[in-house]
Design a protein around this ligand. Structure first.
Ligand SMILES: [Zn+2]
Ligand SMILES: [Zn+2]
Length: 351
């Protein structure tokens, strides 16, 4: 198989030929046809997350040691089954849920793999991912039928879709007139707007620094847009019931938390980095919630796929590029030049 790997953090990915794995036990080998490029891939590629105050979290500490294959938005065709893999057939097209835990602990048994601390097996994060012609999936239960949805769009649901869906579930109960702000209209933020619309939220305020992304957010269903570089941004946002922050910098957190009405909730998703310093009494006095949301679980992925299959979830802009252009895709994402999602195609990877 061909994989595009991190050989050294921060350096261009290299195309390498590896032995195609043979599935054992309940494992399933999937031939990848589409693989989304996510902003968090940039952090893993660089090798660390910025914790603020000069501190860093290095991805090698959670098992991501080069040579490493990124890619956690896989869509493909079942190519081979381990002897104990049941419930799927060779040749079936499937979306892969990448947020896989140890499979044995209490949270995994409760279907909350994304909260597992006993040995995550997340594809593209601490197990070989889908910037590759093939990906090995530990169990057929992580394969989701997304038939009827465009393959490239389906791939984006595995991270941006499920992450947005899970974050939206952490908002407070909303009255019809309540406003919800989405900070950051990159790929996951766009999915956030689409998910909120699909769930019937009408007053979505899209926030970004890029007018092109704000334009695209309006097309997806945002009612208002706020350019957060403008002086009156805080004023325009004041009184929102909920904020989903898909950026996650000290500035976006300060903006989002300050904008909440009493009883409102700030949901942090973005991993851009830094640290939060906030006076304590107003958190109690304003009865606000500050909650983190990390990707989503299998049931949530199935729910977001169901929304898409019913035509309720509007697809964000998706641009498909050949797999060999992966480094250009990462550069464009890093430079903020991507509206929506870039999805890699592995149909003719050897060309
Ligand atoms: Zn992602
Ligand atoms: Zn577990």
């Amino acid at each position: 198989m061909l994989s595009w790997q991190i050989i050294e953090h921060g350096k261009p990915l290299q195309r390498v030929t590896l032995d195609t794995p043979k599935p054992q036990g309940r494992e399933v080998l999937v031939r990848v046809t589409r693989s989304g490029v996510c902003h968090s891939d940039l952090h893993i590629w660089q090798g660390y997350f910025d914790l603020g105050g000069g501190k860093r979290f290095y991805v090698k500490e959670r098992g991501c040691v080069p040579p490493f294959t990124l890619g956690h938005e896989p869509f493909g065709i079942v190519e081979a089954l381990g002897p104990k893999a049941k419930g799927v057939k060779v040749g079936q097209k499937r979306l892969v849920h990448p947020w896989i835990g140890c499979g044995k602990c209490a949270v995994c048994k409760a279907g909350q793999d994304n909260y597992c601390v006993s040995g995550s097996r997340i594809l593209g994060v601490n197990r070989a991912g889908a910037y590759s012609t093939h990906v090995l999936v530990p169990d057929p239960k992580y394969l989701v039928d997304a038939s009827g949805i465009d393959e490239a769009f389906a791939a984006t649901l595995a991270c941006s879709g499920v992450t947005a869906y899970s974050a939206s579930a952490k908002l407070p109960a909303l009255a019809p007139s309540d406003r919800v702000a989405v900070i950051g209209c990159g790929g996951v933020g766009m999915a956030g707007i689409a998910v909120l619309r699909a769930k019937g939220v009408k007053n979505i305020v899209a926030c970004d620094i890029d007018p092109l992304k704000l334009q695209s957010a309006t097309k997806l269903g945002a009612k208002l847009t706020v350019n957060t570089r403008e002086a009156d941004a805080a004023q325009k946002l004041a009184g929102v019931a909920g904020v989903i922050d898909f950026v996650g910098t000290p500035a976006t957190a300060a903006l989002g938390i300050a904008a909440l009405r009493k009883g409102g909730r700030y949901v942090l998703v973005g991993l851009h980095g830094g640290e939060l310093v906030h006076p304590l009494p107003p958190i109690a006095q304003r009865a606000i919630g500050i909650v983190g949301s990390y990707v989503g679980n299998l049931a949530e992925l199935k729910a977001v796929v169901a929304l898409a299959r019913k035509g309720k979830l509007k697809p964000m802009p998706v641009e498909t590029r050949p797999a060999q252009e992966v480094n250009g895709a990462l550069d464009d994402l890093h430079a903020g030049r991507v509206v929506g999602r870039i999805v890699l195609s592995f149909e003719r990877p050897a060309a």
